[in-house]
Write a protein that binds this ligand. Structure first.
Ligand code: SF4
Length: 336
């Protein structure tokens, strides 16, 4: 293993051609992920977190294109590989866990045939060996009576069990990187905890790295080593998880943290929300993307896009102002 991180994404830009213009869904995103570590990508719907992960997998819709940047994975730039070369990487080295297990599984095939199809696509095993391996991975994800359940169809499983099957398929080839896009959103809270615990256990055993795409900061706190906060296609803050919770510096991250419910909250006090809506991604650029919702917005924010600054080692923030300057702006009445 070299000293290089497993994954290094540099200035990634993924744009979509639409009938009304080019939407900059991911617009200059940079981050890295070490072996065995978990990175959380957080932000509201449409902020670019899922497009970032689909770009890494090179699973973009027809109108989506990587227009700039590098996706270095173990020394290879995935952005430059052909779809044929990517077939070797997907499943073998990188696998994905999708949000909705019901749509990720084919309802007309048994669980066993779907898992074995994944195994056969990437490993040269006999039918009997593939079956034994499928039983093994189902057991690993805690499916009781695994051998019997191979013959079951997806609808015969509960939501939590279906998500375990999806995780079994994702880990079947022992990938180095697992990308989990909102893996627990469709599940009950108690099942969420079990599925997250399971992912952590699998990571400990296999030393895989995980990218966890979520809008839930509570999940990030439990699972992640580093966190990247995205807004309207850009990274606004990037730090290790502890630093982000203890010393966030970006107004959007503050908004996200304040909107997160805590057990100690007074139930009579409504949760704080971030007013307004994200900008049209076809119109971004030339300003801070957050300026129309930011209570600290000044003239410069409307005319200049902030650069990403390293405010302390490993902690990056994209705002024209320091924390102290933002506090002063607030004392002086906020927004200009
Ligand atoms: Fe708010 Fe301006 Fe900072 Fe953007 S650059 S987050 S608008 S203060």
């Amino acid at each position: 293993m070299s000293n290089e991180p497993l994954l290094k994404v540099e200035n990634l830009k993924t744009h979509f051609n639409t009938a009304t213009g080019i939407a900059k869904a991911v617009d200059g995103v940079t981050f890295s992920l070490e072996y065995g570590q978990t990175l959380g990508i957080v932000g509201e719907s449409g902020c670019g977190k899922s497009v970032t992960s689909s770009s890494i997998m090179r699973l973009l819709p027809k109108n989506g294109h990587i227009v700039d940047g590098k996706i270095m994975f173990e020394g290879k730039d995935l952005a430059k590989l052909s779809q044929k070369e990517m077939l070797q990487i997907r499943g073998n080295d990188i696998s994905m866990i999708f949000q909705d297990p019901m749509t990720a599984l084919d309802p007309v095939y048994t669980i066993g045939s779907q898992i074995m199809e994944v195994i056969n696509a990437h490993q040269k095993l006999s039918k009997a060996e593939a079956k034994q391996y499928a039983i093994k991975v189902l057991k690993m994800v805690g499916i009781p009576e695994a051998e019997k359940r191979l013959k079951s169809y997806p609808h015969e499983f509960s939501g939590g069990m279906r998500q375990r099957v999806i995780i079994a398929m994702a880990i079947a080839c022992n990938p180095k990187l697992i990308i989990a896009d909102e893996p627990t959103t469709a599940l009950d809270v108690t099942v969420q905890a079990q599925v997250l615990g399971l992912m952590k256990d699998i990571q400990k055993e296999s030393n895989s790295s995980i990218i966890l795409v979520t809008h839930n900061l509570g999940v990030v706190w439990k699972m992640c080593d580093t966190v990247m906060v995205m807004y309207a296609g850009k990274t606004v803050e990037y730090a290790d998880a502890k630093t982000l919770y203890a010393d966030a510096r970006h107004p959007y991250t503050w908004g996200l943290l304040k909107s997160m419910p805590k057990v100690t909250d007074d139930p009579n006090v409504p949760l704080t929300s971030i007013p307004g809506t994200p900008p049209d991604l076809k119109l971004t650029g030339g300003s801070c993307n957050f300026h129309n919702r930011c209570k600290y917005c000044q003239e410069i924010c409307k005319t200049k896009c902030p650069e990403m600054r390293e405010v302390e080692p490993g902690h990056f923030v994209s705002c024209h102002f320091t924390k102290e300057e933002l506090e002063k702006i607030e004392q002086m009445g906020g927004k200009e």
